[in-house]
Design a protein around this ligand. Structure first.
Ligand SMILES: N[C@@H](CCC(=O)N[C@@H](CS)C(=O)NCC(=O)O)C(=O)O
Length: 204
């Protein structure tokens, strides 16, 4: 199995972390987004969307990180992706929420307050920051409430859902995410940070 990835990317991180957590045999293939390698004809032939991560298993090519995570976790017996229809649906619910809502607050904050600074792309756009902050608070309130009575998002056990939702907090510190009012998110994220696979995939 081959995973096309780019270590600084939170989207890439969640797939990479699952491969490491499950100790799956994997050939990690770097696609340097800063050099534009995702737009090379070779890469576009694998993924016409021009995005990482991508998983390749012989002729089978899969893009979209959450689908990749589910595929990887299906290769072994693991409580990360339990063999129970309702638990799987619950995990997919949080993975869907992460893509549709959580990332809508987290990604713009990461870009405006961290990526732009690192790549010297100018100052954060105050309007983008303001609307992303509003979305962030709305979704963080929900997440914090959910975690108030749970150790992990689903089944009170570590699952794919935790990796998906946590990946958007990769740059919470340098991008100054407003997490002050959300102690349960902070406590849960500390548990994620204690995982060897999370530590190994932390951007340098
Ligand atoms: N929904 C996709 C998002 C993938 C994505 O946006 N990847 C970014 C890296 S963070 C990318 O490859 N961007 C390249 C580009 O836009 O040129 C997933 O979860 O896999």
């Amino acid at each position: 199995m081959k995973l096309y990835y780019f270590p600084p990317s939170p989207n890439s991180r969640r797939a990479q972390a699952i491969a490491l957590h499950l100790a799956l045999p994997m050939d990690f293939h770097l696609v340097d987004l800063q050099k534009g390698e995702q737009r090379s004809p070779d890469f576009l032939a694998i993924n016409p969307t021009g995005r990482i991560p991508v998983l390749q298993v012989d002729d089978f090519v899969l893009w979209e990180s959450n689908a990749i995570m589910q595929y990887l976790a299906s290769q072994v017996e693991t409580i990360l992706w339990p063999d129970d229809v309702q638990l799987r649906a619950d995990i997919m619910r949080w993975q869907s929420w992460q893509l549709a809502h959580w990332s809508k607050g987290c990604q713009p904050l990461t870009y405006e307050r961290f990526v732009k600074r690192v790549l010297q792309l100018g100052d954060p756009d105050p309007q983008v920051v303001e609307s992303a902050t509003q979305v962030f608070h709305q979704e963080a309130t929900l997440l914090n409430h959910h975690l108030a009575t749970r150790t992990y998002l689903v089944n009170d056990h570590l699952t794919l859902a935790d990796f998906s939702v946590a990946s958007n907090l990769t740059y919470a510190l340098p991008a100054a995410f407003p997490l002050g009012d959300y102690p349960h998110i902070r406590a849960w994220y500390s548990r994620m940070e204690a995982l060897p696979a999370w530590q190994k995939t932390a951007p340098g």
